[in-house]
Design a protein around this ligand. Structure first.
Ligand SMILES: [Zn+2]
Length: 246
């Protein structure tokens, strides 16, 4: 059964209809809601369509791109959403050098630490986004206590772009590594994927509003939603097959 470990259902057109079509095709996933404005609508789709019974999950969090919109009150709100389902994950959260507040001690780091601690407290896996500094993310995770308990929450490195040395440190922390087509496009990451045990690998599309624009520039219609579902299936199958055939 296809499993997309990271995609932004709420950023694609007609997310509820898309979720219905995906459920009919047996496509399961972790849907990521990483801005406060996305949390409630995704949670409602989850409830209305009984996505839990379809093998899906949700991650609620604050993306490094969005930290300047995040307020203190979002901390309690995030916790409340996470408490609605014991499978729900935290994230995606992390560091990204392309956005403001990237430097050590900045808002990206503060919101990352908050979410990492919340994940440990609630015993939830953590969806991590990293562009720029795997070393800093790994040391922040160790600082907060990830990897100490072999049965504890796992860090999931989405859209992995590191090398084998970084992959080994992630595996040592009981982490999982999620492979996106961009992972395989990078030589050092592709070589790392060959070495990672199969049971520690996940696959993802990371589809969001950009994916929709690429898939179909016309106004979203029922047909467009079906073509998006088909494209998700194709991309996920291709990335999995490509990784397995390395
Ligand atoms: Zn993402």
């Amino acid at each position: 059964m296809p499993f997309d470990s990271h995609f932004h259902l709420g950023r694609l057109p007609h997310p509820k209809k898309l979720a219905q079509i995906l459920a009919e095709s047996g496509y399961a996933y972790n849907a990521v809601a990483c801005e406060p404005a996305e949390w409630e609508s995704l949670w409602k789709i989850w409830l209305d369509l009984h996505l839990r019974d379809k093998g899906c999950n949700i991650a609620f969090g604050i993306h490094p791109m969005s930290v300047l919109q995040a307020k203190e009150s979002h901390k309690q709100e995030l916790r409340s959403f996470l408490e609605q389902g014991d499978s729900f994950m935290v994230g995606e959260t992390g560091l990204d050098r392309r956005f403001p507040e990237y430097s050590p001690g900045g808002q990206q780091e503060k919101w990352f630490l908050f979410q990492a601690k919340l994940a440990l407290e609630l015993k939830r896996d953590l969806q991590i986004h990293c562009v720029g500094d795997y070393g800093r993310i790994i040391s922040l995770l160790k600082q907060t206590g990830f990897g100490k308990n072999p049965n504890g929450p796992r860090p999931i490195f989405h859209r992995f772009g590191g090398d084998i040395g970084i992959a080994r440190q992630i595996l040592d922390m009981n982490g999982l590594i999620s492979v996106h087509p961009s992972t395989l496009a990078k030589k050092t990451s592709r070589l790392a994927v060959v070495e990672i045990p199969k049971e520690r690998l996940l696959f993802e599309t990371d589809a969001d509003e950009n994916f929709w624009n690429e898939a179909d520039s016309a106004d979203a219609s029922a047909i467009a939603v079906e073509s998006i579902a088909q494209r998700l299936l194709d991309i996920l199958r291709d990335v999995r097959e490509a990784a397995e055939n390395l």
